[in-house]
Design a protein around this ligand. Sequence first.
Ligand code: NAI
Length: 328
Amino acid sequence: MVKAVVAGAAGGIGQPLSLLLKTCPLITELALYDVVNSLGVAADLSHISTPAKVTGYLPPDDGGKKAMKDADIIVIPAGIPRKPGMTRDDLFNINAGIVKGLIEIIAEVAPKAYILIISNPVNSTVPIAAEVLKAKGVFNAQRLFGVTTLDIVRAETFIAEASGNKSVQSINIPVIGGHSGETIVPLFSQAKPSFSVDDEKLAALVNRVQFGGDEVVKAKDGAGSATLSMAYAGFRFAEKVLRAMNGEKGIVEPSFVYLQGVPGGEEIYKATGCDFFSVPIELGTNGAEKALNPLTNLTDKEQTLLKACTEALGGHIKKGVTFANSAP
Ligand code: NAI
């Protein structure tokens, strides 16, 4: 029996993500929570002939608590998205409070849940979640994940296009660091299968992975940011967590985690100076069972990217921690 929750289920990401989760045979109960329209989304999805029982909740009458009670996995795409000209950090003022409020509910009614945070800025919202859980005495770093999968999905797609590889789904590429602009560090030298393009094309590929989200924001022209590709990415990560919970071995996917709370993370923390960092994570029945160190054998260019990442990321993390500890 697995209960999954989507918080922010009526939004641009929440709806297609909920649809994908409804198709997942590993889920027996799917609770949809939002401040608007979650009952409609739940009624709609409930007619699909797959096992998961779908329910919808709104804030009145402790709807958030009822939705999240005893959940095994909670995916959070709640919050406002970017408009043209905005950075992810511009979302902080609104989304920080939304994430804090949701994590406070989770700490109370589902303290053992796996929490997957999509809401931006991920570089700050995940530290906020960790601080709130710590303050409530229920923090387990192995169960808190910032979802950076869209950066990996983009890197795979863009490499396939640039290198003419027709089997895009066979490509594996670690993307590490954070989830915004220069904090996103694609490690193309570790791509499998390996590929080669000239320096100019490589620099363009790095830039496209770092700022690929802007292409979508611009094309949507005020109507938001990536939703469908994000729903795919969020589902891909959630499904891997669920498969690992179910006992499947050898599942690895990068995620933004609290390094010092995940086995293997300490040495990456010492090398980067960042408490939170996205690295390839081996998933298991305990959640994040091992952080795999991707920092050996970096090229000179990747070292430069890493330096720019860690310089910016530290500030984003600090901003989240400070907010969590000072907000009422
Ligand atoms: P959206 O505005 O379409 O949907 C957000 C939903 O959250 C809305 O339905 C809203 O009612 C709901 N919501 C607001 N406050 C809530 C609360 N307290 N409790 C429950 N639900 C609440 O936005 P969209 O496009 O779905 O994006 C959601 C978030 O995901 C944004 O912060 C966006 O920046 C982020 N995002 C993250 C990505 C990543 O790679 N991690 C990629 C793309 C977007």
